[in-house]
Design a protein around this ligand. Structure first.
Ligand code: SF4
Length: 220
């Protein structure tokens, strides 16, 4: 892993190269409240963005609260969310999520990681995305792009996204916690792409462990 001053410098350069959080950003996939953000996040597992969007549109046309969602049958929910795949499992998870949300939290989505993780179907990634986007907390949510970028550069050294999230929390400067997710995700989509990273023109290539190793050797 790169050292503390290297971490600071990576964030400084990404903050200049990538735009930050836009004002008034909504929850995951543009959802307007925490309940819909959680469901949207659950539906996005192993699903393309456009399929998740189609599923959420159809589902939220039927229900937008835990009570209304529980009034639907699993078959109705499964039919609505069919575009996002694994729809029978996801329909059952939505039911368990709504039941637990009502039983433990009176139907109100909690704004803490611990509270969110108490809900079936919500893992660390979903919890952090909802905390960051919906509740505006200073949390770096780790999706596939953030996980890849962090471990290539050497901000973290982790095999799982959850472990990457833990290490980022320990190693990131406080000033980078608010917009870090946005810088890293956009950097992953535009520059440090999964198959074709643009290492030669990358603004942090002199700090990057991947470029100093495999990619750098291939380039020379
Ligand atoms: S040098 Fe290459 S691998 Fe390293 S962060 Fe930049 S684009 Fe990614």
């Amino acid at each position: 892993m790169i050292d503390e001053s290297g971490v600071e410098e990576v964030y400084r350069r990404l903050s200049e190269a990538m735009p930050g959080r836009t004002k008034g950003a909504k929850g995951p996939k543009g959802q307007p409240d925490a309940f819909r953000s959680c469901i949207s996040c659950m539906l996005s597992a192993q699903s393309l963005d456009r399929n998740t969007a189609a599923a959420t549109r159809a589902l939220f046309a039927l229900a937008t609260t835990p009570e209304d969602m529980l009034a639907l049958s699993d078959e109705q929910v499964a039919r609505a969310i069919k575009p996002c795949g694994l729809y029978n499992v996801k329909a059952r998870n939505i039911r368990k999520f709504c039941e637990t949300l009502l039983a433990l939290h009176g139907g109100v989505v909690p704004d803490t990681r611990e509270g969110l993780l108490s809900l079936p179907g919500i893992g660390r990634k979903c919890a952090d995305i909802v905390l960051s986007f919906t509740f505006g907390k200073d949390v770096i949510a780790v999706d596939t792009h953030v996980h890849r970028v962090c471990n290539r550069i050497g901000l973290t050294e982790a095999k799982t996204a959850d472990r990457t999230a833990q290490q980022l929390e320990e190693r990131s400067p406080e000033w980078a916690m608010r917009d870090g997710h946005f810088w890293l995700i956009q950097f992953g989509k535009q520059v440090c792409k999964a198959r074709t990273p643009r290492c030669a023109t990358c603004p942090v290539n002199d700090l990057c462990e991947f470029y100093g190793g495999v990619a750098g050797r291939e380039a020379s």
